[in-house]
Write a protein that binds this ligand. Structure first.
Ligand code: AMP
Ligand code: GLY
Length: 436
């Protein structure tokens, strides 16, 4: 197959890595892979195209020039910008939701509306457009739990503040309201959800759904969840501690009702519905929906997927998921540790030389995926963003996968870089409990 993937992060590198290697186990012919815009790591596996992934016309033109069989859209921005709509209108088989369906991620208020209509359990929201409403909502959720304040629109995982400090909650709400034009100003205050968080990626062809293996990610920058939220500092899968039947519960009580509601409204959802869950003492609750693969969970989830990824994407894009055999998983554990640039998530240092990636990949079960990297004039790989690399390790269990990931990451040299040393540690020590 000729496949065009949009995006430039470690998630897209993981997708391309899977597509590039699946012929080895499936016996099918090797794919011809194209990526826009990609990064130097992806460039080793696919042909890169300097095309703006957020420009629907430019993407369609490229896809037509290349005569691709399948378009896979990685990040949320092109989806919200309507790239999938333009591609489908041009007759291109596309994996990724329409702009209307992408509002499940693009607007927290819309996501809450769909959840209410579909009977999906989530934290009770208070959608506010003025500071007076914010004050009322903060009073209504009460002081016994932290306040949860969310920017209504896309904020790359940084629009949410969870705090016990009422002034901080109010200040964030005010900043969210002021950042938009008065008629678009919207901020969501919601009930606090306790309990461990889980990410479940659900593939949908608009009608049928299939869940991928649950994963957990680490959003805060520092060990023990200290410091500010980031785009994600690490992940692992599978979850040894997750309740039996969690995946089935997610399908029947969350994913299928949501997909049915979207179809009923005439805006069917094709792509990945990312279900962010909290396993609270009161039961399973949706924290958030995203409309794409999560980063960095995807790096770990795809490392275990044995079913060729292209078959999953193809079935999603063509409405034939119901005919796809049950997904097959390798009986291994995968741990991903993100290497971040100096001062990330504030103002990350860029332009610093990265070495040792080859050495890191000599550790058994390890591969390294690029995110914020570029090639400088001399051809050296240098940092170009906050999250620079994802080190992905598979092993027989959490201990082995963790040991491999950390043995590999210390071999990578990037001045001032940092990473969490406790990815999957609580799970490895059996310290995660779910109260039901
Ligand atoms: P979101 O952008 O909605 O994914 O939120 C980002 C992160 O904030 C989540 O992954 C949670 O860690 C935290 N969070 C969001 N909503 C809540 C909530 N209602 N209760 C507790 N934590 C939350
Ligand atoms: N892992 C969090 C995200 O992709 O939004």
């Amino acid at each position: 197959m000729k496949i065009l993937v949009l995006g430039s992060g470690a998630r897209e590198h993981a997708i391309v890595h899977s597509l590039a290697h699946e012929h080895a186990s499936s016996g099918q012919a090797q794919h011809e892979l194209h990526v826009a815009p990609g990064n130097p790591g992806i460039g080793a596996l696919a042909q890169l195209h300097a095309v703006d992934a957020n420009d629907p016309d430019a993407v369609v033109t490229l896809a037509q020039q290349l005569d691709i069989d399948l378009l896979m859209i990685g990040p949320e921005a092109p989806l919200v910008a309507g790239v999938a709509d333009a591609a489908r209108a041009a007759g291109i088989a596309t994996f990724g939701p329409s702009a209307q369906a992408a509002r499940l991620e693009g607007s927290k208020a819309f996501a809450k509306e769909i959840m209410a209509a579909a009977g999906v359990p989530t934290a009770r929201p208070y959608v506010c457009t003025t500071l007076d409403q914010v004050e009322e909502a903060l009073a209504a959720v009460g002081e016994t739990n932290p306040y949860v304040v969310k920017d209504d629109g896309l904020a790359a995982g940084k629009g949410v503040v969870v705090t016990t400090d009422r002034d901080e909650a109010l200040a964030h709400a005010q900043a969210c309201l002021e950042a938009r034009t008065p008629d678009a100003a919207k901020v969501v205050i919601e009930e606090y959800l306790d309990g461990p968080e889980v990410s479940v990626f659900v593939v949908s062809d608009g009608t049928t759904v299939r869940a991928l293996s649950p994963a957990q990610d680490f959003k805060r920058v520092g060990n023990d969840d200290a410091g500010p939220n980031t785009g994600g500092m690490g992940a692992y899968t599978p979850l040894t501690w997750a309740p039996q039947g969690l995946t089935e519960e997610v399908i029947t009580t969350i994913a299928q009702p949501t997909i049915d509601e979207m179809a009923r409204r005439g805006t069917p959802f094709v792509g990945i519905l990312y279900v962010g869950l909290a396993l609270t003492s009161a039961g399973t609750r949706v924290v958030e929906f995203n409309v794409r693969f999560g980063d960095p969970e995807t790096q770990s989830v795809l490392a275990r997927l044995e079913t060729p990824l292209s078959q999953v994407l193809w079935a999603g894009a063509h409405g034939t998921l119901a005919q796809l055999p049950e997904l097959q998983w390798r009986d291994e554990t995968s741990v991903t540790v993100v290497l971040a640039a100096r001062d990330y998530p504030n103002t990350p240092a860029v332009g610093d030389v990265i070495t040792g990636v080859d050495e890191a990949e000599k550790v058994p079960g390890v591969h390294v995926l690029h995110a914020g990297t570029r090639r400088d004039e001399s051809g050296a790989i240098v940092s170009s963003g906050g999250r620079v690399l994802s080190v992905v390790a598979v092993g027989a269990d959490l201990d082995e996968a963790r040991a491999r990931a950390y043995e590999a990451i210390v071999r990578i040299v990037l001045d001032g870089s940092h990473y969490r040393t406790d990815i999957a540690l609580k799970a490895a020590r059996n310290e995660i409990t779910v109260t039901r």
